[in-house]
Design a protein around this ligand. Sequence first.
Ligand code: BGC
Length: 749
Amino acid sequence: MIAITRKAGVLSLLLPVLISCTDTPVREEKEKDSFTAQVDSVLGLMTLEEKIGQTVLFTSGWDVTGPSMDDNYREYIENGSVGAVFNAFTTTYNLELQQVAVEHTRLGIPLLFGYDVIHGHRTIFPIPLGESASWDLGLMEKTARIAAVEASAEGINWTFAPMVDVARDARWGRIAEGAGEDTYLGSLIAKARVKGFQGDDLAANNTILACAKHYAAYGAALAGRDYNTVDMSENEFRTTYLPPFKAAHDAGVATFMNSFNDLNGVPATGNSFLLRDILKGDWDFDGFVVTDYTSINEMVPHGYARDEKHAGEIAMNAGVDMDMQGGIYMKYLKQSIQEGKVSEKDLNDAVRRILDMKFRLGLFEDPYRYMDKTREKEEVLSEEHLEVARDAARKSMVLLKNDKEVLPLKQGVRIALVGPLVKDEKNIIGNWAAAGDREGTAVSVFEAFEERLGKDNVLYAEGCKVLGEDTSGFKDAIAVARKADVVVMVVGELEGMTGEAASRTDINIPGKQKELIKAVKETGKPVILVLMNGRPLTLEWENKTADAILEAWWPGTMGGYAVADVLYGDYNPAGKLTVSFPRAVGQLPLYYNHKNTGRPIQPEDPDQKYVSRYLYTPNTPLYPFGYGLSYTSFAYEVSTDKQTLVPGETLTITAKVTNTGERDGEEIVQLYVHDKVASVTPPVKALKGFEKIFLKKGETKSVKFELTAEDLKFFNPELEWIYEPGMFKLFVGGHSDMPFTHTFELKTE
Ligand code: BGC
């Protein structure tokens, strides 16, 4: 801990009282409860301007993702008109800013420091979509924990993560930031990540506030274009898009962030149905809500507010507690309150929520507790963290194809590494890589191979760039391929091609890379594609052309090692897609749990006219949700203990899984259920359970799933959460595209 004496600030006089309050038995009893008495005493001292100041969040000028509205954040901190800062980190810098707030303002209220710590802080883990393919909740909790440990050592006490938006359209660049297309899995992952960031005790110096974003339905942006309109039934909203937010809430998430989109005609930032009715009403959320970057201001171009002042009034009235970067609350809230357009009571409520979090973080006790030079030095990028990053990257990779077992690579075969991403250390850590270093900390595929095979033993050619027309490097690529036994090609997207404001209408491997693959393949050498990208790509041609395909996503700081571990079989790949890979961009949005329609395609007659299908392209994805290969194989034997389920009882489904191949390996055993008839048309199947198991070669294990009537609930047309009697089908296996094996009946009388 850095020893600092607090000099000024009325609060310093009160601090002994406030702190002693935190030690009362009441506090112990209601461990996670708010600091009502302390918050109220602080609130009682505040002027209207100081209260408004607490609702203002400004960027420090680093890493901005939108217009910088105002560069005077330092001055604002000094005069108490800013309560939180984002995009500032390092002990030195944040300490400097915190000192201004604590020592130079009238009340000395400490600042919150927010940052987009999305998939690691300095040690970068795979992008969230990639990591979700591990289906390993413990791992995801652990990487979020490590991210919090590193970020909190460098002054940050609030992350704008996890993004829990369900995303089903690969055109949308932000699909990279979430957990894929499934609500059930996405909800579990949301919980794990919140727990990881926040730990068990927010006041510990290595835990930080999490933020469930973007509330809500941002993932359904029309046509996959970022920031676009969302219009959907309330049933679909509650069934598909809302549950991961509820899961984050149930896990105790401290904050929520509004989304940029409008939902059924009302911008999320001015949406009291979302904020007052659901979040603060039905769920009784006691944390605070922050806007997304200037999203109050954006209600003007949305056509929902007359001007910025009006937008601020709509936002505060709808329940938005903090204004990120818009400067609207700062500029207009006082006037709006004086005019009676906003009540001071609502402002007080917002301030209470924000102060409460500052208390929960322990900032009033010690405003410098998140700026710890020793921890910064010892914990950031520690060996232990890097080891977890390597493991997370391996576990995230999905083997999409492996013809004639070209993988794992045999020892002694001559390898050529070809492609624009072989030596990459910049893109490999992916989009939203927080404070991750793009200049040499990350391990490239080239470095990892060189370490294994020895310097000068790796044949290499770049071939071409990710983007651009230049094919002059093909010559060298063909030459090295000819000298090798096997060619590993590392191709994909640039990190900036996914993430925010990075929607694409064409999701092919871009530039001349496809031509490069073709040219290399024509040498007759086996071609293994390693893909680095942040979204599903259209890979029909690659699937026909390449001998093996490994989806490595943006694997993070230790990505190169992880790729080599998987290619050489030191780690047997076990990742499974959490998002469907389409055959063509025209199929989007595409997801496994779609509805059947009244004219479903007939598998035995796929060319039939007047059914719900595309001409010339199948309806099915190229690689379905839940899919991923292993270097071994698994056989399933499924049984159930009954054919009739009644409420209050349990149906047990047993999957006896045998590793039938030649290697040890992990399998993600998945259970899907289809409701045959319901008062709202049901999906063709829906994930209801999964378990990741490790099986030694030849070993058999039984996985048991327990289903109750509760698991069969859905929203009926009246939006009641109910189950209905009837027949159900069960599907158990290693991916979502498998025939059903069993049926059962739910009997309610
Ligand atoms: C993004 C948020 C992010 C914020 C702060 C916005 O543009 O939509 O996800 O947390 O910027 O960087």
